[in-house]
Design a binder for this molecule. Structure first.
Ligand SMILES: [Zn+2]
Length: 211
């Protein structure tokens, strides 16, 4: 599901990019072990030392770009278990954190077979609103309670040593323990979902109405 897939037309998802949030021109250089920026700041890498794409941070300014994910809000939502739609805390109970995962053919990365996803969790009101306002979502998405979430890696642009500068040659996902993680310009955090149970969205909706 894209950043706009769960949205009503009047709600802009927390993880969506706005037109004012542009990627500044950057120079990617080789640093011996992998890639870096010519002028790097402490904010350019995450706690694990992975280099991230630079992007402005001004949500609400300009127009939302539905279907485009803001790299750093996506990462924040994953790290802090925030709802991808409203940005508040994702729903959590004794069975785990609430997730909507896609079943469609274009949602292979979130399919039950692989159980890795780039889509952050959701809260109950946003999940219920999403499926109520868009009935076909009920067929396309399965709600899960996820007992354990681990960071699997990142998706982004892969670089390799070039002439003067490293050159981008592919877009892919790379695991933390893969040596290429030093050669990727990360744009999304990938997590793995474990210990999950399928939840009935109708039950969720009823609980929401009763509350
Ligand atoms: Zn929400």
């Amino acid at each position: 599901m894209g950043a706009g897939a769960l949205a009503r037309s009047d709600v802009v998802p927390y993880i969506a990019r706005w037109t004012s949030e542009e990627c500044p021109p950057t120079v990617v250089v080789a640093n011996g072990r992998g890639i870096g920026y010519a002028r790097e700041t402490p904010y350019d890498r995450d706690a694990d030392g992975v280099l991230w794409k630079r992007i402005g941070w001004s949500p609400g300014k300009g127009r939302p770009v539905f279907g485009q994910v803001h790299f750093l809000r996506q990462r924040r939502a994953m790290r802090r278990m925030l709802c991808q739609v409203c940005g508040g805390p994702a729903d959590r109970n004794e069975d785990g954190v609430l997730w909507l995962v896609g079943e469609g053919p274009d949602e292979r990365e979130a399919s039950a077979a692989e159980l890795t996803t780039t889509h952050p969790p959701v809260c109950v009101p946003c999940a219920v609103t999403a499926v109520r306002s868009c009935p076909h979502l009920r067929k396309r998405y399965v709600a899960l309670r996820v007992g354990l979430v681990t960071v699997a890696g990142v998706r982004g642009e892969l670089y390799r040593p070039g002439g003067l500068f490293p050159e981008a040659y592919d877009a892919d996902g790379v695991a933390w323990d893969d040596w290429r993680v030093r050669w990727i310009l990360a744009a999304q955090l990938v997590v793995e979902l474990h210990h999950f149970t399928v939840v009935d969205l109708e039950d969720l909706a009823e609980g929401c109405a009763a509350a």
